[in-house]
Design a protein around this ligand. Structure first.
Ligand code: CP
Ligand code: NVA
Length: 304
């Protein structure tokens, strides 16, 4: 039966761990010029309803390196759900493509696409979740900290698709996850409850920014206004300024704290330029690892 990757919890803990290790293996092989030919000229669809640098580039390169190619499609062409139903789009696309990857607003539209598609569907970001980013982030953490287990991870800033993805990951990988945010910018509280109920990890919401980063192994941040909500930036600045990741705040974390950001960053807002350029800031490794983590996801989905 075909599998989808709409959320990190679509993989079991064992599958997630294996996939992170597969990504590391594929990365090492790629450095030697070795690439598995799993696509055998198969083509992937990349549907984008929002902007992208990293996701589009890394998926296009991934499809190429796995022996296939990709077609970039925007909503101008297909007007998903308007020109024809999502179910019909899914059934037509399944006749051409080996995998359908989509970045859009509504998470339920992606679930609907997956429901009707005969081929795997990959979530390249919705308003709710960004699971491919989290896989690259876990690979990056493994490389820099030698383990992905039992870390103190602090997410600072807007409670958004990245925060929700971290909470989903905490349902599979044990961690202490602190969300440093304001009372008006909370993440999805349903996912928050599910994560704490799952009992593997502890997730805490902390409104005091210094307490939030205390003893953190990892500090993670993201833009204060996500795609689709950029018009809210002024109120978001008012709410989130105390949660900026700057040199003063970072001092309260562990000395060897790893600083992360999915990018694109708005230097001077959620993170200062000085912190972006610290030696323990690993944002460009995260960006590079998108390629290898996604190849691992594609290999897993294509091999069944
Ligand atoms: N991190 C990330 O998904 O970047 P893009 O929006 O540029 O794809
Ligand atoms: N939260 C951001 C992530 C970008 C990769 C957004 O959705 O715009």
């Amino acid at each position: 039966m075909k599998r989808d990757f709409l959320s990190v919890i679509d993989f079991s803990a064992a599958e997630l761990r294996a996939n992170i290790h597969l990504a590391a293996e594929l990365k090492a092989k790629a450095k030697q010029g070795i690439f598995p030919d799993v696509l055998k000229k198969g083509v992937g669809a990349l549907i984008f309803h929002k902007q992208s640098l990293r996701t589009r580039a890394s998926f296009e390169v991934a499809f190429h390196q796995l022996g296939g190619s990709a077609v970039y499609i925007t909503d101008k062409e297909i007007e998903l759900g308007k020109r024809e139903s999502i179910a019909d789009v899914a059934r037509v696309m399944s006749r051409f493509f080996k995998v359908i990857c989509i970045r859009t607003y509504s998470h339920s539209d992606v679930e609907e696409l997956a429901r009707w598609s005969d081929v795997p569907v990959v979530n390249m970001l919705t308003d709710l979740l960004h699971p491919c980013q989290l896989m690259a982030d876990m690979l990056t953490i493994l490389e820099h900290r030698g383990t992905i287990d039992h870390l103190r991870v602090t997410y600072m800033g807007d409670g958004n698709n990245m925060t929700n993805s971290w909470m989903r990951m905490a349902q599979r990988i044990p961690m202490r996850l602190t969300v440093g945010t304001s009372p008006d910018t909370l993440p999805d509280m349903g996912i928050f409850k599910e994560t704490n109920d799952a009992g593997l990890s502890e997730v805490i919401i902390e409104h005091d920014p210094v307490r939030a980063v205390q003893d953190a192994d990892v500090i993670y941040t993201d833009v204060w206004a996500s795609m689709g909500a950029k018009d809210k930036i002024d109120e978001q600045i008012r709410r989130l300024s105390p949660y900026q990741v700057n040199l003063d705040l970072v001092k309260h974390a562990k000395k060897d704290v790893t600083i992360m950001h999915c990018l694109p960053a708005e230097r001077g807002r959620e993170i200062t330029g000085e912190v972006m350029d610290l030696p323990n800031t690993v944002v460009f490794d995260e960006a590079e690892n998108r390629l290898h983590a996604q190849k691992a996801i594609l290999v897993k989905l294509l091999e069944g």
